[in-house]
Design a protein around this ligand. Structure first.
Ligand code: BES
Ligand code: MN
Length: 446
């Protein structure tokens, strides 16, 4: 089967980790990856966990070569709103040079480029590789990597490596190779505001009973000041400042000027924290976002009630220097002290993770920069990723290795959204880039 057909097969598994009814599809997808890696002579296993399998595939060990752990995730986000897809999310279709499917970019297309890169290297070198390769492919990245987090600690010796390679981050533009040396962390929570024990008639009781939706709005309005800063006390304590070289580098990243960001996202103007550009805010400033809000009547026409409850889901993106647990405590404290009289609040913590940053100019980092330049014919831009892959920081902690993040997620890849796609040309480039990178890493003496 040709490369694109193989990718299409991988994309056909509806491996949605968040939805219980897809658990079987997730494990079928893991089994397919195991078969693929076994076919390459790898020792591959889908390890059972309490949720979705962790796939580990190891190349036959050769002494004296560095060990490279290639991380990826084969689980995907849910597809809804499904009616906005132009083709079936799990029946991949190529249109205008892009393959459309859920997971095309995030992360099956990118991880598969590495698998095919490794396979191609083997073919060229009589079955040998310039490095020892461990593929570590999880099925829970989109739901917080709970199983992999435990797995890492239980299998740390088996996963020992010199460096980690990940393609699951952004790429500034198709012709701009992008090396990410950092990720933001995450701290999430749900706030539930409780008022009367049932919805009330707003005429019969209105005026005498606090309204949970109004109370929630008040709480939400207290989260930011008029300068776009987060108004939670202590939120910025310890936040590391942006280096001068980073500010100059980021000002040159294609597509990341305030004007381009506004255009890309379909807004009139970007709105940032005072004193920072959009790029700086995305790469290196912490945020507090409302992800969803609900409560009361949402149907057709009017319904005169005082709702009994209201809720909001929030998430903070964190930067180096911030501790997710401390941030969650500060948030909870803030919500408690800003809750108006007459209602009560429940504060539920959601998954969290620390920010990650490494030295882009380490020996491995420089090899990655050179590999990107060789593959794409241009010097890479050095950025920090605004998104999060919390397990990377845990891998650094447990395995002691840094992650080289060579992302191929284009701004218009529509990840987590309808019509997710991956450029076929980029897929091909990714296969080449993986080979160049592993060759270069193989030259580093341990
Ligand atoms: N691949 C993404 C991270 C990412 C985001 C890369 C944007 C490039 C651009 C990853 O799969 C992801 O979506 N992570 C989640 C965190 C997770 C704990 C749900 C995120 O950033 O929201
Ligand atoms: Mn994702």
């Amino acid at each position: 089967m040709n490369r694109l057909d193989q990718l299409a097969t991988l994309l056909r598994f509806p491996s949605i980790s968040a939805q219980k009814e897809h658990a079987r599809d997730v494990s079928d997808c893991a089994d397919w990856l195991v078969d693929k890696l076994s076919g390459m002579g790898f020792e591959a296993v889908a390890h059972k966990t309490h949720r979705h399998p962790v796939v580990v595939g190891r190349s036959p060990r050769e002494e004296g070569r560095p060990t490279v752990l290639i991380y990826g995730h084969y689980d995907v986000q849910p597809v809804d709103p499904v009616e906005l897809w132009e083709s079936d999310p799990f029946e991949p279709e190529v249109r205008d040079g892009k393959i459309y499917a859920r997971g095309a970019t995030d992360n099956k297309g990118q991880l598969f480029a590495h698998i095919l890169g490794v396979e191609e290297l083997q073919r060229q070198n009589g079955g040998h590789l310039p490095v020892n390769v461990i593929f570590l492919l999880e099925g829970e990245e989109e739901v917080g990597s709970g199983s992999l987090s435990l797995f890492l600690k239980e299998h740390r010796d088996e996963l020992a490596c010199d460096v980690i390679v990940v393609s699951d981050t952004g790429m500034a533009a198709p012709d701009t190779p992008t090396f990410s040396y950092g990720l933001r962390g995450l701290a999430g929570a749900e706030i539930i505001v409780k008022g009367p024990s049932a919805d009330l008639h707003s005429g019969v009781f209105g005026g005498a009973v606090a309204n949970p939706v109004t109370a929630l709005a008040e709480i939400i309005a207290s989260f930011h000041d008029s300068e776009g800063r987060v108004a939670v006390r202590g939120f910025y304590d310890g936040v590391e400042s942006i280096a001068t070289w980073e500010r100059s580098m980021w000002a040159t990243v294609p597509g990341m000027s305030n004007e381009e960001l506004a255009k890309l996202t379909g807004v009139d103007t970007v709105v940032t924290e005072a004193g920072f550009t959009g790029a700086e805010c995305i790469y290196a400033r912490p945020t507090l976002e409302l992800n969803g809000i609900g409560g009361g009547y949402q149907g057709e026409g009017s319904k005169t009630i005082i709702p009994s409850r209201a809720f909001a889901k929030i998430s903070c993106r964190l930067v180096p220097g911030q501790d997710p647990e401390r941030i969650e405590s500060l948030l909870e404290e803030h919500v408690k002290t800003h809750t108006p009289r007459g209602v009560s609040v429940e504060f539920k913590r959601e998954h969290s993770g620390r920010a990650y940053v490494c030295d882009p100019n380490s020996e491995f980092g420089l090899a990655a920069q050179q590999a990107l330049e060789e593959a794409f014919g241009r010097k890479p831009v050095l950025v920090r990723e605004g998104g999060s892959i919390p397990i990377i920081e845990e891998m650094k902690n447990v395995l002691g290795a840094d992650a080289l993040m060579l992302g191929m997620c284009l701004p218009d890849a529509r990840i987590h959204s309808p019509n997710e796609n991956f450029s076929v040309e980029l897929f091909t480039k990714g296969i080449e880039m993986s080979q160049i990178l592993l060759r270069r890493l193989g030259q580093i003496k341990r």
